[in-house]
Design a protein around this ligand. Sequence first.
Ligand code: HEM
Length: 444
Amino acid sequence: MSGNLTSATVPGALPLLGHLPRLARDPAGFLAGLPAFGDLVEFRLGTHRVQVPCHPELLRQVYADDRTFDKGGPFYQRFRDILGNGLATCPHRDHRRQRRLLQPEFRADRLPGYAEVMTREAEQLTRGWTDGATIDAFPAFYRYTLRVVARSLLATEVPDALVDRLQESFEHAFAGALRRVLLPPLPAGRRYHAAVAALGATVCELVRDYRERGVDRGDLLSGLLAARDEDGSALTDAEVHDQVLTLLLAGTETSAAQLAWTCRLLLEHPEVAARLQAEIDGVLGGRAATYQDVEHLPYTANVLTESLRRYPPGWILLRTTTRTTELADRTLPPGSYVVLSPYVAHHNPRIFADPTRFDPDRWQPERAAALPRWAFGGFSNGPRQCIGEGYARAETVIALATVLARWELAPAPGTRPAPVRLTTILRPRRLPLRTVRRPLPPTR
Ligand code: HEM
């Protein structure tokens, strides 16, 4: 199938470090430059060889075959040390069962109920804001997305102190895990171990509290505790623990990062911001957005999708081959690393014309339909596609529209955007924004 596609190797690998210094210095620039080398591009992460499919046909091949291109090897072992063997980190052999057990909680008919929490929390998000104050975008949105996941899926209140503890613990744990994989001789460090222990303890606390109160609250955690597979088996306590931790990570940092990147892009593109504002004002007239409003905010949705194209939070999705396999003109032995990078695909000019241009109209249905099917990877594709996509799309439209219905987000004076860093989830580091209260529109 992919026999006429060619492979190439990025030149200039250093002994031991490979391309790591270049990747660490400018991860976005390094990744965006890969498609210029060929259809399948190899580079070196320390001593590991990594294959990056850049052609849509190769992307399709890898996304679709999760048995051959599995989540395994030392990288995933490090992530499992933190998250356990939940839906996002488990290998193919455990995946179908876990997915079957979680899927009912993410069906479209559950969204209107979850969206009530999204609307309430979006209002709560801005309640403490004052005119002319400065906020940092990512932590502000993280507070929102964590509260939404905790309340809608786990029926739990999350006090502010816990929000801060969780964010910090995830940050230290993943930074430590990345260092341990990329620079193996380094010991993990006290901060890493403390962060992993804190995450485990927080989730135990949440699940214990839940079990003690022992009522079915019709939320995801009740569903998980009651779920039975076809053979009648239930999730064990350890499995429930791993799923909760997985959702607390996968369902929060990603959407918060997307909202923060969107704010930055809107500051850089006032013409897009003005059109967005007109749509939001026309539909909401200054009130908070609800689930019913989402379908009337198509430009808002396109702005968010385009933001996900420019800055996909899941930008480096790692797979390990489980058997000898052909990819382009290469034969990969078992244990080879393959990186599905939505960031690479989204910045490939042979797939997305003028890829650095922020152009929400490329998501108008007729233009989007002309794109190769596996090109957009913001929520991944195939069997491991994000289970929370519908949830996240509703959550981010509701948050963005509710905030902008009443507030203008202006650049904080004297700050410049911080450069992108090599992290597991692509998110802006500091993005200080000035909150300016908008005059209420005349009643209609
Ligand atoms: C803008 C928001 C989000 C983005 C960009 C995003 C992105 C992704 C991506 C790229 C993957 C695939 C990872 C891989 O293939 O290695 C994924 C998987 C997953 N996501 Fe999301 N996600 C978002 C929101 C959410 C939400 C809100 C939830 C849950 C509440 C969630 C839960 C999960 C889970 C459990 C998986 C693993 C699915 C599986 O392997 O079957 N995500 N997400």
